[in-house]
Every structure is written in C-alpha cells, then in structure tokens.
Design a protein around this ligand. Structure first.
Ligand SMILES: [Zn+2]
Length: 441
C-alpha cells in the first residue's frame, strides 16, 4: 500500500469533489481510497508514505490527439498552412525517416508528457513502416499509456493494421491499445474511400479519424454528395462510441446532434488549429449538445508542445474569443476535457480519468506554491490559467512512480534528448530547408 498524503485532491469524481488535506491510497495498480489524510493514515498505519506536501493531486491527464512521432520536427514547420505542412513536410517525413527516428521521437514526446502530467495519449496515423515492437517497448519502459492508430488507406495497409492489432493491442501490460487510423478525404483528387472505410469500421477495433478540420473537409462532401461530413460518415456506419473524431472545426449544429445521438466523441486541439489557421472546434456547442469532447495537443510540429496543462488554457481562450463571451468555456470544463472526458472518449471511464477507488492509479501532483501560481484562490482556475506543465512534480501510472520531485525515477532523460537530437538532424537532412528569417552563426 502506498499512501499519498497532505494534498488537495481534485478528484473529478461524479460530484467533482475537491478535498483539502486529502490522501490517496494506492494498492498495487489501483486506487484503494481517497479521503482525508488523518483518517486514511489511521486506517493504513503501515503504508509506505509519499508526502504530497501541499500539492494538488489530479488524475493523470489524457492527450487524445498527439502525434508522438513529431517531436523531432519541433521548430521546423512553423507558420505553415495545411497544404505545405502535410505535402512538403509530414508526408515526406513519414516516407523517408528511419523507423528508429520515430522511436527516438516517441521517447522524447513521452518524456515531455510525463514532465507535464500526461499519462495517456492517442497517437494517430502510426505509419505502416514504423517499428511497432520498438515503439511498444519504449512505451512500456517509459511507463505511460498509449492508443496507437495504425494508418489505413487501402488493402495493404488494412492487412498490416489488422496484423498490428492482433500482435500489439494490449501490449506493455495492457497499457498499449491499437486502433485503425483514418483520414477524411479533402482534395478534389483524393481517393474516395467509401468502399474501404465501412469495412474498417465493421471490424470493431475502433477508429481514430481526422475529421472536418479544414473548410476543404466539408466542401469535399458538399460538392460530391450534398452532405455534411458527419452525415456521410453516419450513412457509412463510421460513427459511434469507439470512433474518435479529431478536430471537427467546421462541425455544424445538425452534426453536433448526430454525434450526440450516436455517442461519437470529438477531440479538440485548440493551439494547433489556431496556429495553423484551420479554425476552432465548437467545443461549447458540442458539449451543450451532449457530445463528449476530449483535449489534445496535436503535437510539436504544429503546436510546438505536448503540454496539456497549457492546452487547457488555450481551450478556454479559443472558445471565449470566438463566442466573444468570457467564461464560455470554464477552467472546470477544460479540466474535464483533459481528464474524465478524455477517458470517456476512449471508452475508459470505468478505469481512468478520476481519482476514485477501483480506478487505475494514474495520479499527478502539481506544485502550485510558486510565484506565478500563488496565492491559490481556486486550485482548478490556478491550474488551468496560471500553471504550466513544468509545475508537475510527481507522476504515477498504474501505481508506478515515473517522476518524483520533478526528476525521472527510471528514464535517462539526457540519453533521450541526445538520441532525439541525432534523429532530428538525420531527419532535417531529408526534408526541405527553409530560409532563416534572421541570420544565425
Ligand atoms: Zn492529427
């Protein structure tokens, strides 16, 4: 038994209790109890202690849209619209890179995630050339959870994806899940995948589906079928609770109703969609319609960060700015999206997303006793509006302590950074060189 004591527990339980002077008891891989430190300490006098020292305890954050292979592109692809971004950088990166570079990128991404409190992520569009044995091994060593969506665009990649699911779904002690990764057609000459996608959905392993991010995503369907993308997806049997739709910046009210009726979750990535000028996911409208909306960073290539703490603030500001009403999306809304709603979006709400007895012991301690976060009038507001991922002190996944006092317990961070630097240099040599705006030397 491990007893985390003297924390302010933001439980995210159904009553959204925030418990002062709290303790969390961990038995093996699961949470055994959440309550007052005095009472739990009396019940478990022999438990190993992990003093929380006044920090805020949260469930591990869930990044539901994180291209974990893109961390080594950080700083290389800024200020690009989606056409050059995908055509000149991301697609060539996927095609030309050494699979080992992707592993180095994943390790760097996971190190950043752990440092900023993310314990579970969804990486869409795992490439068929990727070394899944090495990726799942790296996830196992780093200790976090991952949903890997294997890219499918034809018969060959569908066969490979099925083999990947058969072999790797449930790897790393059950912390790795594998799904199918789909992408919405967008350009006029994009192949129409109406025959393929329903077959993929019918296999029942879950979809991670880039969806209606850009205006071209809906004009494509409007031009061809006179339908909104969500109407088309519904007709093809692609909607449902095991489909995770990415972005959805251009979803309409009618589509929100369809997503609510089919219990289809959406993940918003506000920083990336604002930075790339794609648009803004109508999070407030979707939530009001009853749609589960998770939160994602998208990644280091178009967000420059996997910090989900900072992403929560972006989520609020994007909604307030587009609706021109303060408080359109509250700090509480944003924390729900990053925790319990993320768990619901992955169908894991019975296991993840809150500090409750019986759930997996994925716990984050955040130190808000700093100049930029003090005083703490409201721990949730301070966490969302004032804190950043660097304020995370301790991270526990499945009862295993990954980070303590801001230091990795097992991972060799210096080696991870060195490997990523080498991989980034190798990759840069394979991609277009962009002129520098300012001289450097
Ligand atoms: Zn994406």
């Amino acid at each position: 038994m491990l007893l985390i004591t003297d924390v302010t527990a933001v439980t995210m339980d159904p009553d959204r209790r925030v418990i002062d002077d709290a303790a969390v008891a961990v038995d093996g891989q699961r949470i055994a109890a959440v309550g007052k430190t005095a009472s739990l300490a009396a019940l478990h006098p022999d438990a190993e202690r992990l003093p929380g020292r006044g920090m805020v305890a949260l469930p591990g954050l869930i990044d539901a849209h994180a291209h974990a292979d893109q961390s080594i592109l950080r700083g290389m692809t800024d200020d690009l619209g989606w056409v050059p971004f995908l055509a000149e950088w991301i697609t060539p990166y996927l095609a030309r890179r050494d699979p080992a570079a992707a592993v180095a990128a994943y390790r760097l991404t996971m190190a950043e995630m752990i440092r900023s409190g993310t314990t579970c992520f969804v990486s869409p569009n795992v490439d068929p050339r990727d070394d899944l044995a090495a990726l799942t091994s790296a996830i196992g060593e780093m200790g976090v959870r991952a949903v890997l969506a294997h890219w499918v665009d034809g018969e060959e990649t569908l066969d490979l994806a099925c083999a990947a699911i058969e072999r790797w779904d449930g790897a790393a002690g059950g912390r790795v899940a594998v799904r199918f990764g789909l992408d919405i057609p967008r350009l006029p000459d994009d192949p129409y995948r109406a025959a393929l996608y329903p077959r993929v959905a019918a296999l029942g392993h879950g979809l991670v589906y880039h969806f209606c991010s850009e205006t071209e995503d809906w004009t494509y369907y409007d031009d061809r079928f006179g339908l909104r993308p969500t109407q088309w997806a519904d007709e093809q049997g692609l909607l449902g609770p095991s489909t995770l739709l990415i972005n959805g910046c251009w979803l309409t009210a009618v589509e929100a109703g369809l997503l609510a009726d089919t219990a289809t979750p959406v993940v918003a990535s506000p920083t990336a969609t604002m930075k790339m000028a794609s648009g803004t996911t109508p999070v407030r409208d979707l939530r009001d319609a009853g749609v589960v909306v998770a939160l994602g960073t998208d990644g280091a290539a178009n967000n420059d960060s996997f910090d989900l703490v900072r992403e929560m603030k972006s989520a609020c500001l994007a909604q307030n700015a587009t609706r021109r009403r303060a408080g359109t999306l509250s700090a509480e809304d944003a924390l729900e999206m990053a925790t319990i709603e993320g768990a619901r979006a992955l169908g894991r709400e019975d296991d993840l997303g809150s500090l409750e007895p019986g759930k997996r012991a994925d716990i984050v301690l955040v130190d808000l006793r700093k100049a930029h976060t003090w005083p703490v009038a409201d721990p949730v507001a301070t966490l969302v509006y004032a804190a950043h991922g660097g304020d995370v002190d301790t991270v526990i996944v499945d009862g295993r302590v990954l980070l303590r006092d801001g230091l990795f317990v097992d991972a060799d961070e210096a080696a991870i950074l060195a490997d990523a630097e080498r991989a980034a240099a190798d990759v840069a040599a394979l991609l277009p060189q962009r002129p520098r705006r300012w001289p450097r030397g």
